[in-house]
Design a protein around this ligand. Structure first.
Ligand SMILES: [Zn+2]
Length: 494
């Protein structure tokens, strides 16, 4: 009696406590869709109503969109007494989209000539203000960030980490890894997504085409084991004929508030048609089989970085060493992917902890940014005693641990080495398991730099930038952070 009671209780408890299988468990891989709205127009008051109407469309369907708020927009909502808009938005996901958006200087403009650390501080100082406003009004931290227009900066990433914002959600080509989600500077990025970025025009015919495109893309994603589609709008574009900022801040113009002009608007019929078109598109996707709508707040859970969930094994370190022999970039270890920087740090730890015949049995990694600058003077040829190499590896780890950033140079026997050359030199030694004698210096190039755009006029085509704007130094800083780039892997859903 006692036993069977126990058994029954046990089965009952097991049933109660075991988590229900997610709905996608026996089904096809899930296609996640994220709808996001850059909620930025603080000039045209009717844009407040457009944001409310879109927010309510999601609430009515029991789903959520992501509203990336400009700080000044949140502030004017409060100033205009639009508690109804604030409440409607707060039933959705709230994200962040800079303090002033297009009023000059925008982030690329003020970070253009700053060092890495100066840029990080300046971004925190300027963009922290609007974020505080959004946090105060909506009572939550921004779930993600995306830059105003094309005003991207590498320094924003370290600022986002200090803000506790884990996701960069936008569309931009400054940094891109195969048109899919990726990690850069320890932040998850959903940017240029190729055919997985979608919108529809306002005509019925365009909606039909967009729905057909969604069918094609979602089918492709299912075949690839699941994935994410990024769909973006601006509440103001349902109303206007021209963007609020284009009217006021184009080509570096920065008029005082008293001279701001209202943008020209569509006719009431055209506005209705725009909302109707969007609503049809939303319904089509929301009711699509195998599709799950997700907000920016949910996305980081879909893409875990498993490098930090457990130590690397000696086999992982061997795989990194062999991969670096072919190219200096991220390395897919099967169960997880390490960036070039993580790979270098793993090799350095392995070497530093090896002594005679002893090899470490596990390597724990800590996140680190790429170097803050590139050395002007460094050695490219020569050879070193093994002990000097080992000391250099230990110093690399000590510096990185202290600063959370890879050093610009690694000193070996009093000589300055580039991290690239040091990485391939360590890789050759680990691959050959040769931890003694004289070690020739090898030459490496960080292939992962190709995922960061070169400074070119096309990169700065946003109409708000002053004419002829460029940012060569900033894009060089961005390339140094390519040490941190790697694909993001979707959590298995079946
Ligand atoms: Zn924007």
């Amino acid at each position: 009696m006692k036993t069977s009671y126990r058994l029954i209780t046990g089965v009952f408890l097991w049933t109660l406590l075991s988590p229900a299988l997610p709905p996608a468990a026996q089904a096809e891989p899930t296609v996640y869709v994220t709808f996001w709205f850059d909620t930025e127009d603080y000039i045209l008051p009717q844009a407040d109503d457009a944001a409310k109407r879109l927010a309510e469309m999601f609430t009515k369907r029991g789903v959520q969109g992501t509203f990336k708020m400009v700080g000044e927009k949140a502030r004017v909502l409060e100033e205009r007494g639009r508690d109804d808009v604030i409440l409607a938005l707060s039933k959705n996901d709230i994200a962040y989209h800079s303090t002033w958006h297009s009023a000059h200087p925008t982030p690329s403009e003020y970070c253009r000539d700053l060092s890495w650390q100066e840029g990080v501080s300046e971004f925190i100082r300027r963009e922290g203000v609007g974020l505080e406003t959004v946090r105060r009004i909506f009572g939550v931290n921004g779930s993600c960030y995306g830059q105003p227009g094309g005003s991207w900066t590498p320094q924003s990433y370290a600022a986002l980490r200090s803000f506790g914002i884990p996701l960069y959600l936008d569309v931009t080509s400054h940094v891109n890894l195969n048109d899919r989600p990726f990690w850069y500077c320890g932040v998850l990025n959903i940017l240029e997504m190729g055919d997985c970025v979608m919108r529809t025009g306002w005509k019925d015919e365009e909606v039909k085409q967009a729905c057909a495109k969604f069918d094609r893309v979602s089918q492709k994603l299912v075949q690839a084991g699941g994935g994410i589609v990024s769909i973006y709008y601006h509440p103001c574009e349902f109303l206007h004929r021209q963007f609020w900022d284009g009217v006021n801040f184009s080509y570096g113009a920065n008029p005082p508030r008293s001279e701001w002009k209202l943008p020209p608007t569509k006719s009431p019929e055209e506005q209705e048609q725009a909302f109707k078109a969007f609503e049809t598109f939303l319904d089509y996707i929301a009711h699509h089989a195998g599709v799950r709508l997700v907000t920016a707040r949910q996305i980081p859970t879909l893409y875990p970085d498993r490098v930090y969930s457990g130590p690397l094994t000696p086999k992982d370190v061997q795989a990194i060493a062999e991969a670096f022999g072919k190219r200096l970039s991220y390395v897919d270890l099967g169960t997880r992917i390490v960036s070039a920087g993580e790979g270098l740090l793993a090799l350095a730890q392995f070497v530093a902890q090896s002594e005679g015949e002893h090899r470490p049995d596990k390597i724990e990694l800590e996140f680190a940014y790429g170097p803050a600058s590139a050395p002007q003077r460094f050695l490219r040829e020569g050879s070193f005693r093994w002990e000097a190499i080992r000391q250099g590896a230990q110093e690399l780890i000590d510096i990185t641990h202290q600063t959370k950033q890879m050093p610009t140079v690694i000193w070996v026997a009093g000589q300055p080495l580039r991290p690239e050359d040091f990485a391939v030199t360590l890789a050759a030694a680990v691959a050959a398991d040769r931890f003694a004698g004289e070690v020739p210096l090898r030459q490496g190039e960080l292939e992962a730099k190709k995922f960061v755009a070169n400074d070119a006029p096309g990169l700065w085509g946003w109409v708000i930038f002053p004419k002829g704007f460029n940012a060569p130094h900033m894009m060089e800083l961005a390339k140094l952070q390519a040490w941190t780039i790697k694909p993001a892997v979707l959590r298995k859903t079946n």
